[in-house]
Design a protein around this ligand. Structure first.
Ligand SMILES: Cc1cc2nc3c(=O)[nH]c(=O)nc-3n(C[C@H](O)[C@H](O)[C@H](O)COP(=O)(O)OP(=O)(O)OC[C@H]3O[C@@H](n4cnc5c(N)ncnc54)[C@H](O)[C@@H]3O)c2cc1C
Length: 433
């Protein structure tokens, strides 16, 4: 069968790989010049590494299997890491139970209620009722005012800005679930992983395997219109050309789906009440010394313009990064936020105000280079009753399918869920293709 796939991110390429292995002739259309979407790589001068921070959890069973399937199992690397928290202008390590018990910002009762929230949340499986509860109400009820004000509220503000007031309890519950599944995993317990060479290794291999199977991957190919053909199948218009396919699968964000698809294909195509996205601005610092000993520091401080510190070099071998340290400083905002449109210079100035506050000892000489990376449509905002807004996989047209991250109604955004979503699609819907 001749199948068109719109989007050359992890979803589109995992799908293209699986379908091409089954003997289908697949064509991937990716508007950027480089494959990978949000998981893509970046040239940092002395080395190439992921544009945004990406980590593999030991519990990412679908992703790990996929990496093995494409022959990269021997390139998986695991490393123990530490976790930190910046609160009340101080950096704390909360990497083990003892450190958590000694964690000064929370009272004993506060810690107990936090532990109860985490344990209770990790045991919930019937998540639909959580879609109706604002995340603030859920956390206040379970954790109490002290823990909410000290820990959860700053974290919600950091991850969602003022939008947290519209978000349901599913948002935090899915994080708790992922956290606990990582701790349950026996293999490489307490370790985090990556693929040697970063995600570039994965995308280079995928492109090679897809082409070897006789399929095609086109970069710089922006799909402008998708419509049904009178004799069956689907037309795809891109870069002023038209191509016909038996089936088309769309993997991009919902706003692009609404823009490029004919209204007869998907019900969701032209409705007002739609999926909203968060964007991300991520400053990347390349330094001669490590900024922190942690892989992740959660920041719960409104005076700091970024919301986390990802000390990637505490996970990734320095051999990968030419002996230099790579640290990511992300800030999540609504995709309409004017901050996303500020120049790199303005954003660097803003981020450096926070860097100077947390790392007053950092010298200009220690910094090799800085980068501002950004993505406008990163993660859907899980508002109350979010699952009602999401496009269905099976559309109004038999030959057109939608498979994207907006459909992760009870999960966090991550590549393990991407691969799981693709594999479920192949198992359930392939016989019908
Ligand atoms: C800051 C950050 C940190 C993250 N950390 C992790 C992590 O630690 N672990 C983890 O597993 N995951 C992580 N993720 C999530 C991971 O990046 C996503 O799961 C993944 O990128 C989703 O892939 P996708 O293909 O569904 O979407 P995307 O990556 O958004 O790909 C969609 C593609 O479609 C293309 N496209 C859109 N419109 C068109 C068009 N009209 N024509 C042609 N092409 C089009 C886009 O250019 C894009 O390449 C992180 C993401 C971010 C942003």
């Amino acid at each position: 069968m001749n199948i068109g796939i719109v989007g050359g991110g992890m979803m589109g390429l995992a799908l293209a790989y699986r379908l091409s292995q089954q003997g289908h002739k697949v064509t991937v259309f990716e508007s950027n010049q480089q494959l990978g979407g949000l998981t893509t790589y970046h040239d940092y001068g002395a080395f190439i590494w992921d544009r945004f921070y990406h980590v593999i959890l030991p519990s990412d069973a679908h992703l790990i299997k996929f990496i093995r399937d494409i022959g990269l199992g021997d390139k998986l690397r695991w490393h123990p890491t530490l976790t930190g928290c910046y609160i009340d202008k101080k950096l704390y390590s909360i990497s083990n139970t003892l450190e958590f018990l000694l964690f000064p910002p929370l009272t004993i009762i506060g810690k107990l209620r936090l532990a109860i929230t985490l344990l209770y949340g990790s045991r919930i499986n019937k998540w639909r009722r959580l879609e109706k509860i604002p995340v603030e109400d859920w956390l206040l009820k379970l954790s109490g005012k002290n823990t909410y004000e000290k820990l959860w509220k700053p974290l919600l503000l950091a991850k969602l800005g003022d939008n947290y007031k519209r978000v349901s309890a599913v948002f935090i519950w899915s994080y708790i679930k992922r956290l606990f599944s990582a701790r349950d995993s026996s293999l490489h317990k307490e370790q985090l992983g990556y693929v040697e060479g970063g995600y570039k290794t994965v995308f280079d291999r995928l492109e090679e395997l897809i082409r070897l199977a006789g399929s095609d991957v086109r970069t710089g190919a922006t799909v402008e219109y998708i419509a049904s053909h009178t004799n069956g199948g689907i037309w795809v218009e891109y870069n002023n050309q038209k191509e016909h396919f038996d089936k088309v699968i769309f993997t991009g964000p919902v706003n692009i789906l609404q823009k490029v698809t004919d209204s007869s294909l998907v019900e969701i195509a032209h409705i007002e009440n739609t999926v909203e996205y968060l964007g991300v601005i991520c400053m990347v610092l390349i330094t001669r010394k490590a900024l922190v000993p942690y892989y992740i520091v959660n920041l719960a401080d409104q005076c700091i313009p970024f919301t986390g510190i990802l000390g990637m070099s505490n996970l990734v071998s320095l051999k990968e990064t030419a002996g230099l340290h790579i640290t990511y400083l992300p800030k999540y905002v609504h995709s309409n936020d004017p901050l996303l449109r500020q120049s790199d210079e303005e954003l660097q100035k803003l981020f450096f105000q926070g860097i100077r506050l947390i790392f007053p000892e950092l010298k200009t000489n220690d910094i090799v280079s800085t980068y501002i990376n950004r993505a406008q449509k990163m993660q859907p905002l899980q508002v109350l009753n979010y699952s009602n807004l999401v496009p269905r996989i099976v559309s109004e047209h038999n030959d057109f399918f939608v498979l994207n991250t907006s459909q992760f109604v009870n999960d966090t955004l991550n590549n393990n869920t991407v691969v799981k979503h693709v594999d479920q699609f192949i198992t359930k819907l392939m016989p019908a293709l």
